[in-house]
Design a protein around this ligand. Sequence first.
Ligand code: C2E
Ligand code: MG
Ligand code: MG
Length: 456
Amino acid sequence: MINLVILSSLIFFLFITFPFLFKRKIIGRHARTDHLTGLPNRRILEQFIQARTTPLNLPIAVVMIDIDNFNWINEKYGYENGNALIIEFSQRLFFSAPAHSLTARLEGNKFALAIPGTHSRREIQRMLSEQFLSLQNFFHVFGEPVSLTFSAGVALAPEDGSDCHTLLLRAERALRHVKHHGKNNIALYHSSFHRLDLERQLAMSFQSALQNGEFYLCYQPKFNLIEHSIDSAEALIRWNSPVHGNVSPAVFIPAAEKNGFIFELTKWILEEACRQMKQWNQSGHPIKRVAVNISAPLFLSDSLPEMISKILHDYQLPAHQLELEITETAIIEHFDKALHVIHLLKKDGISISLDDFGTGVSSLTYLKKLPIDTLKIDKSFIDGVHTSFEDKALVEMIIQLAKLFKLSVVAEGVEKKEQMSVLKKLGCDSVQGYLISRPEHPDVLNTLYTQKKHGS
Ligand code: C2E
Ligand code: MG
Ligand code: MG
């Protein structure tokens, strides 16, 4: 009986370890194994992928796996125990990997799987989830049970890349995505991940861009339909970067908001807009008010009114010549705080416009509570105001609503004469858009004004 137990234990031991040892031996012959685990290293992995992608173009899934918070293990139990755990993990990974796949250790606690064959995104996700579940039994360090979680990023050939280099980069990018979004998950590569990379690259250039004078303001006139003249302009920031080219504010403003640079940038925008307004005053230009877009985070600090009153004082500009454009989505989350800041600004005599009106919640309660002066109807409603019955009805309703609350109304993104004539009939006060002028450098607006003044 005892002999039988010993014999079956021996068979079991050989059964479990033999393939692993065998594989280790073969690969070891080529001296390309990872010294700690005996698994293939990065070079073998690359050759395995390359043999299928170039030039055969065969489908393959490349998976990068990382043990979450592994530094905690090293810190708590020391490197030797950390290494023992890595060996145990590598064995579990190896034995749970799909047939015909290759398991490799890349470095530290980072591993990779290359799984040949066609797999849909859903299939690969399910397959890996099941595999990871099987890996999650307790590991033992110093006899203590330790539970681990894993993050993984996946790139599929040919859809995510047709060569080894791209596939590894994209699997790595997907892994980083998981790491930044709470770990313990599997992400399949998606092109949108690069937007985050770009945001980070832009954020790193902000400070030097401001110092090197790469930002400048363009101004888009607002045409008063009642007076039949241009009376104000909106300042719109532009960034001409030697590294990134011309970057749209729709891209870099959110990045500046996320990394805290928006405070410094808005201060510069306000100063520059006020300096320009002062110059227009001195030259007798018809633009009598300048509007500056203000991002959400600035409404969460009391320092905005203080900063603005100092700038107005420095440029000797009356407060009624400055208008701030805010979006409802920007203030809704911290409404009471924003309301407090808006009240302070209003007390100083600054006008407030609600930008992109109609795209957010457009709540009547907020409209009633907010001490604003102007509603700017979003371009998306203006696009069809001359062709669509529904758009016209909506715009009419917004204009009536504005009149009820004693607010003036500006239509954004007016591109056609037909749109402007409908808006005039509906009682809209002002229009802004390419029909009147694109956002222009102040020199261009000055030249236009001078030409008009001299009748040319
Ligand atoms: P916004 O404040 O709603 O500005 C209107 C946007 O529509 C501007 O784009 C303008 O160039 C564009 N536009 C104006 N008229 C027309 C038209 O007739 N047709 C079309 N297709 N587009 C028109 P821009 O300059 O790219 O700015 C985009 C957004 O970036 C702005 O939307 C604003 O939210 C933000 N932004 C721009 N400058 C600043 C700034 O100085 N500070 C802050 N915080 N945000 C800014
Ligand atoms: Mg605006
Ligand atoms: Mg707008």
